[in-house]
Design a protein around this ligand. Sequence first.
Ligand code: G3H
Ligand code: 13P
Ligand code: ZN
Length: 333
Amino acid sequence: MVSYKELGLVNTREMFAKAIKGGYAIPAFNFNNMEQLQAIIKAAAEEKSPVILQVSKGARNYANATLLRYMAQGAVAYAKELGWENPQIVLHLDHRDSFELCKSCIDSGFSSVMIDGSHLPYEENVALTKKVVDYAHQYDVTVEGELGVLAGVEDEVSSDHHTYTDPEEVIDFATRTGCDSLAISIGTSHGAYKFTPEQCTRDPKTGLLVPPPLAFEVLDAVMEKLPGFPIVLHGSSSVPQEYVKTINELGGKLPDAIGIPEEELRKAAKSAVCKINIDSDSRLAMTAAIRKVFTDKPGEFDPRKYLGPARDEMERLYKHKIENVLGSNGKAE
Ligand code: G3H
Ligand code: 13P
Ligand code: ZN
């Protein structure tokens, strides 16, 4: 058993309480490799922003679970080396649907886990989430539950349509499970294609797709039922159109990729939404930067020469999210 406290990590409890009070949200960035992790830590350390490092099942399969945990431990040391005396870093398991996997992450140093029973019948979701909470809380590990289904792919769980969270269920769910935060569905989804062109309108001037609004009335109703309870938004990449354009112009193929407008995320961050999940935007930043290098310098074959610029671009993106979207800069001095 390795406690996250020995690794210098923190859980989400105090971080979320402060975020709700302060009207900002904590960035939850997925990581799969060293360059992403370096960019996240550099951005968080320079911005003095609390940060959640998220590990999906895909990331565990890609990079090896043990290695990822040691990388997170290394991230704490790296943050200190960068001059961040008191790093506020959470190591969080993203979207897992079994007690056993959550337990193994808790036992190996994760400070927070998500148990995603959103695809299960309600009573089964309650029972599974409670089982994970009962185990996690013995070690002061915080737990995120989910109610409502996001469209798109959540690891192996996929659905082609949303089921918004039912605000009538949230009090019962939070009380009976004891979860520390709740992911809800209000129209966000995973990946770079959050809406079909048919669901959008087109800006006559730019020709760009304009997505339909998020269901803020569902968020408002949830907040009314559970005042001050930490809410989480998954699928919150904005799919920056400059990256999509660069990728498409330089040989890529991402037709009609579209995300959540930043104004909507800014609005959410000021509410009880205190954790905002971003993965796809970092993938786009990396891909655009690498395509640029390969176009400008076709003879380049030293990975540091294309992964370096990709890392710089991701760092710029993370800083932008922290400063201009979530407002978490300066909150972990
Ligand atoms: O849940 C979605 C995240 O973006 C993780 O994606 O399963 O491809 O690593 P992944
Ligand atoms: P995006 O695909 O919008 O980045 O969402 C990531 C996410 O929710 C990870 O759990
Ligand atoms: Zn997610």
